[in-house]
Design a protein around this ligand. Structure first.
Ligand code: DGY
Length: 333
């Protein structure tokens, strides 16, 4: 007797094993269990016959690729950001797109704050100094930095992660300013004593500027020469959002010329390439896009994407659907 064909899932890159096992229990899985990014041609080829794709932010699912995903019902991205996917093109083809919101909020906020502290108190420089045997004596201004406690923290993008960073700032007695298209709920503003201000006021007033906006055409180069010029010469810029939110060339110049004091960067305009002059600068702390990288959180993100894919393949509306228009009303819970 012929076996009934099970839906098929392509997992484009290595994820936590429990998420793969979960999908394998109900579906046929084509798993690229390596960290190699599939070139578009290979991704399209391997997606043939698949109804779901579990993707990562390194997969560029643009309109050209999406046009060739015959039969795919869902793209489940293992990230909260989804600028790697042309959602409009997916919607036009009736493909659901999901992300992994919520589970990485606190972990990412922890890391944004770690970068803030590291840049303000020059921790990587201090480590290198001790490690290289240069430490001879106590010196009055040795590796002196900027105070975090009592400083003004300006946050672009006051969603889940932005507010979680603000909460940490409050623990350090910081004054919170934010800039967002939408005002935060009154109770959040009250809890964090946060004040919504213009972009210009935030840049002028803040000692630390932390970015938490998604990458969209409107936020590309949100921080460029003009914005950096408004910041204090003692200010520190933190980016754990997306590289292209900052004009990297302008930032390098601002750091070199001490227009701003320092930066902490987890994301870059052309990842994994880093602007070569950033690598020469002492006043920048660099990390390889790891803000959400705790074991527990990356595990949860893997599972959440798998659950979104599984829901769609079982005819249920995926919980983290970004384009609700694609899901037929009769299948709503
Ligand atoms: C995301 O989820 O968008 C982060 O950049 C990776 O965790």
């Amino acid at each position: 007797m012929a076996m009934s064909a099970r839906p098929r899932v392509l997992i484009t890159k290595r994820i936590f094993p429990e998420a793969v096992e979960f999908l394998e229990r109900s579906f046929d899985v084509d798993y690229n269990g390596t960290d190699r990014v599939l070139p578009s041609g290979e991704l399209i080829e391997r997606a043939r016959g698949c109804q779901a794709i579990v993707s990562q932010l390194t997969d560029r699912l643009d309109a050209g690729v999406i046009a060739q995903l015959e039969g795919v019902r869902i793209i489940a991205n293992v990230a909260v950001g989804y600028d790697n996917i042309d959602v409009a093109a997916a919607t036009a083809r009736g493909i659901a797109v999901t992300n992994t919101p919520g589970v990485l909020t606190e972990t990412t906020a922890d890391f944004a704050f770690a970068l803030l502290m590291a840049a303000a108190r020059r921790i990587p420089e201090a480590h290198a100094f001790v490690h290289s045997g240069q430490w001879r004596t106590w010196i009055i201004d040795l590796l002196a930095g900027q105070d975090v406690y009592g400083a003004t923290l300006g946050i672009f993008g006051f969603g889940r992660i932005g507010a979680a960073v603000a909460r940490r700032g409050r623990g350090f007695g910081m004054r919170i300013l934010y800039c967002d298209e939408q005002p935060a709920p009154a109770e959040v503003e009250r809890e964090l004593e946060a004040r919504r201000v213009s972009k210009e006021e935030l840049l002028r007033e803040s000692d630390f500027v932390s970015l938490h906006v998604p990458l969209t055409p409107a936020t590309r180069h949100l921080i460029s020469r003009a914005e950096l010029a408004l910041m204090k010469p003692t200010a520190i810029l933190i980016n754990t959002a997306r590289g292209p939110v900052v004009d990297e060339e302008a930032l390098v110049e601002a750091l070199e010329r001490r227009i701003i004091w320092a930066a902490g960067l987890d994301v870059f305009e052309n990842e994994p390439a880093v602007h070569p002059r950033l690598l020469e600068l002492p006043n920048v702390v660099l990390a390889p896009h790891i803000a959400s990288a705790s074991y527990a959180t990356r595990r949860r993100m893997s599972m959440m994407a798998a659950e979104n894919a599984a829901a769609a393949l079982s005819g249920k509306r995926p919980p983290n659907l970004l384009n609700p228009g694609v899901w037929p009303a009769e299948e709503l819970p």
